[in-house]
Ligand binder design. Structure first.
Ligand code: OGA
Ligand code: MN
Length: 295
């Protein structure tokens, strides 16, 4: 297996291994896992992807999420990102499916609004528009390491609140349904996720983050906005241009991503699997210390 760096200090292409190799071979998994911890975004090209192959690959990294209420694929291990309507044509730009695609165009990390955050997301391209529709990534590890020491020390002990309804509300009021809001109450996470394998810290930020614990609303929002701007500064991203057969996996602890627009009349279909973070991935230290624990 060869690992070829792609982006500005993160992201790499894996060559010489298929998803099925990684699913079935311990050595291929170990090498992929090491590359994942190091590079944060891994690209596999020329894959023959089926749902079963994608899921078998994904399961290597931990327990797969069950897709939440209100998303296409609910109750399965697959999130279906599609702008194709029941008639087989692309839905209009103001359709709920299109608005949800637009919400994915805000810088975010997946599942930070869930009770259990995600280690990694695995995304495969099934139908690709002729223009646009790229996915763009930044390293929040590199971003954290660019900050000055004093701010880094402060952020180690800051916690941010994340809410799915907040990020959806930025696109259209009520885009998160009452059912989704009831299932997904706000959650609070440490703003720095330290990787247990290499000890490197990363900003844990997303479009879902709306407040900083213990700060007034305006100051918290300002801090989140400033850190997001710093993390997504020009020249720091890797832009993935999708080709048929591409699969990209990313570390939700150490990156943010956003979809890029494409012409609304062109269909796009992507399938995602998402793996929950476990104790071995450092999740235990991420929650707000409970009052009992502080005593
Ligand atoms: C995702 C996501 C963006 C895209 O799959 O989690 O945000 O480009 N996708 O489809
Ligand atoms: Mn996403």
């Amino acid at each position: 297996m060869d690992v070829i760096p792609l982006g500005p200090g993160f992201a790499a292409e894996v060559r010489g291994a298929t998803l099925s190799d990684v699913a079935s071979d311990d050595a291929a998994y170990a090498a992929t896992r090491a590359a994942f911890e190091e590079h944060s975004v891994l690209v596999f090209r020329g894959q023959h992807v089926t749902d079963d192959i994608q899921l078998a690959f994904s399961r290597r990294f931990g327990p797969p999420e069950v897709t939440k209420v209100g998303s296409m694929g609910t109750g399965s291990h697959f999130v279906i990102l599609s702008t194709i309507g029941p008639d087989g044509k692309a839905v209009p730009a103001d359709h709920r499916q299109a608005l949800r695609a637009r919400a994915n165009q805000l810088w975010h990390t997946d599942s930070s609004f869930k009770r259990v955050p995600a280690l990694t997301s695995i995304l495969s391209a099934r139908i690709i528009p002729a223009h646009g529709g790229e996915t763009e990534y930044v390293s929040t590890r590199r971003a954290f390491e660019r900050l000055e020491q004093g701010l880094r020390n402060k952020l180690e002990n800051c916690f941010a609140w994340h809410d799915y309804a907040h990020s959806r509300g930025r696109i259209a009021p009520g885009l998160a349904s009452p059912e989704e809001q009831a299932a997904l109450p706000p959650v609070c996470w440490r703003m720095v996720w330290r990787n247990p394998v290499n000890g490197r810290g990363a900003l844990y930020l997303a479009s879902h983050a709306y407040a900083v614990e213990g700060m007034d609303a305006a100051a918290g929002k300002k801090l989140i906005d400033e850190l997001t701007d710093a993390a997504t500064a020009p020249g720091t991203s890797y832009l993935h241009q999708w080709r048929q057969g591409d699969v990209v996996m990313w570390d939700n602890r150490a990156t943010m991503h956003r979809g890029r627009p494409w012409p609304a009349h062109e269909a796009r279909l992507m399938i995602r699997t998402t793996i929950s973070a476990t104790e071995a991935d450092g999740v235990a230290t991420m929650g707000l210390p409970s009052p009992q624990a502080a005593e």
